[in-house]
Design a protein around this ligand. Structure first.
Ligand SMILES: NC(=O)c1ccc[n+]([C@@H]2O[C@H](COP(=O)([O-])OP(=O)(O)OC[C@H]3O[C@@H](n4cnc5c(N)ncnc54)[C@H](OP(=O)(O)O)[C@@H]3O)[C@@H](O)[C@H]2O)c1
Length: 210
C-alpha cells in the first residue's frame, strides 16, 4: 500500500486526489490550513512517514490589477503558493520522511507559470517561482531517489476556477473535471512516468497544454 502525504485536501483538486488515492487503496495523510497556521512542526510528517508520494495542492489565486497589487499581496501569495511547499519539503527532509525506495512529489503549479493574464501579476509570479523551485529540488534530491514535478494545468472546475477564471469570463465547459486531473496526478505520484518527461495534462478538450 502506498503512503500519500496530501496538502490541500480541502480544495477541489485536493478532494479529487484524496478520492482517487482512496479508490486505489493508498493510505492518506492530510495537511491543511490549520496545520500550516500552527508554527510548530507539522506533526503528521514525523508520525505518519515515510511517504511514497506527496501531492501539494494548496494554493491561492488573487486577481488584482497591477496598480492594486501591494507588496503585502505579493508576499502573501508567495508565502502560500511557494512558502508552504518549501516548508512541507523541508520538514519531510528533516525527518527523513521519505521511503528508501523513492518518493514522487507532485506540486500543482499552473499554466500561469509560463502564461500571463490581466490581474495575475502576483499569481503568475508565484507559480513561475513554484515551477522553478520544483526543478531545483528535483535536481538536488535525485540522489535520495526523490523526484519533484510541477504539474501546470490550465482550468480545473473548482472553487478557485469559480472565484478567479470563472469570474473573468472563462467558460466553465473549458475547465477540466478535478477527477480527470487527479488521475494524472496519481500517475505521476505513483512514478508511472518520470519527471524528466514533459508533464502536461492530456485532456485535449480542456485546452490544456499538450
Ligand atoms: N482550479 C484551477 O483552474 C487551477 C488551475 C491551475 C492550477 N491550480 C492550482 O491548483 C491548486 C489547488 O487549487 P484548487 O483549484 O483545488 O483550489 P481550491 O478549491 O480553492 O483549493 C485551494 C486549497 O488551498 C488551500 N489554501 C488556500 N489558501 C491557503 C493558505 N493561506 N494556507 C493554507 N492553505 C491554503 C485551501 O484551503 P481552505 O479550504 O482552508 O481554504 C484549499 O485546500 C492551487 O495551487 C491552484 O493554484 C488550479
Amino acid at each position: 500500500m502506498k503512503k500519500l502525504l496530501l496538502s490541500g485536501s480541502s480544495g477541489g483538486i485536493g478532494q479529487a486526489v484524496k478520492a482517487a488515492a482512496a479508490a486505489r487503496g493508498w493510505s492518506i495523510t492530510e495537511i491543511n490550513r490549520a496545520d500550516y497556521e500552527n508554527p510548530a512542526p507539522l506533526a503528521a510528517v514525523k508520525t505518519d512517514g515515510p511517504f511514497d508520494a506527496v501531492v501539494f495542492a494548496s494554493g491561492t489565486c488573487p486577481v488584482r490589477p497591477v496598480a492594486q497589487t501591494s507588496d503585502e499581496l505579493l508576499t502573501d501569495t508567495f508565502k502560500t503558493n511557494c512558502g508552504l511547499f518549501l516548508r512541507l519539503m523541508r520538514e519531510i527532509l528533516t525527518h527523513k520522511a521519505y521511503s528508501a525506495q523513492g518518493m514522487n512529489v507532485v506540486a500543482i503549479s499552473s499554466v500561469s507559470a509560463v502564461e500571463g493574464w490581466p490581474g495575475g501579476a502576483a499569481y503568475c509570479a508565484s507559480k513561475g517561482a513554484l515551477s522553478a523551485m520544483c526543478r531545483a529540488m528535483d535536481s538536488e534530491l535525485k540522489s535520495k531517489r526523490i523526484s519533484v514535478t510541477a504539474l501546470e494545468p490550465r482550468y480545473v472546475k473548482t472553487r478557485m476556477f469559480d472565484q478567479c477564471a470563472g469570474r473573468m469570463g472563462m467558460p466553465a465547459e473549458k475547465a477540466l473535471a478535478p477527477s480527470v486531473l487527479a488521475d494524472e496526478i496519481l500517475r505521476l505520484a505513483a512514478g508511472v512516468i518520470f519527471s524528466s518527461e514533459k508533464i502536461t495534462p492530456r485532456d485535449e478538450a480542456s485546452g490544456n497544454r499538450q
